[in-house]
Design a binder for this molecule. Structure first.
Ligand SMILES: [Zn+2]
Length: 146
């Protein structure tokens, strides 16, 4: 019975592709300056990779995601600068309008984009605002012809 359970557990380990010291992993090599096959040298307490050794230059360094893996994630681009506005901040939110004036750090409520946080004020009456879905450049302080 004990043996049977042991086998079930082993199966789970394989299924989740747990990282183990001595197994190969593709990583960005800080010495070769490119993606290389590495061998896992040490693991962090949470099971993630800590240090890896490069097959090519035999350099030992902290694990870095391969560059190719970063390129494969275009979704990350869209969430660049994404800001989740907290419930408390939302109470301070000013309604966004092109005529209103804002400063960096202000919380705004946009009719279409929802709540956002002003990251940066740009020249020529533009500002960078972080919304939940990512960053947008909005204009402000403009005189709107009625
Ligand atoms: Zn290397």
């Amino acid at each position: 019975m004990t043996l049977w359970l042991f086998f079930i557990n082993r199966k789970d380990v394989v299924a989740t592709k747990k990282r183990e010291v001595g197994t190969e992993v593709e990583a960005y090599c800080t010495k070769c300056k490119m993606d290389r096959e590495h061998v896992i040298s040490t693991l962090k307490s949470d099971g993630n990779i800590n240090k890896v050794m490069c097959h090519t230059c035999e350099g030992l360094h902290l694990y870095r995601l391969p560059k190719s893996a970063k390129k494969k994630a275009p979704a990350k681009r869209r969430v660049k600068g994404a800001v989740i506005v907290s419930e408390a901040d939302l109470k301070k939110a000013k309604p966004y309008s092109m005529e209103a004036t804002f400063k960096a750090g202000d919380i705004i409520q946009h009719a279409t984009f929802g709540p956002g946080s002003i990251i940066e004020i740009r020249p020529a009456g533009k500002m960078e605002v972080g919304f939940e879905f990512g960053c947008k450049t909005l204009v402000f302080g403009r005189k709107v012809a009625k």
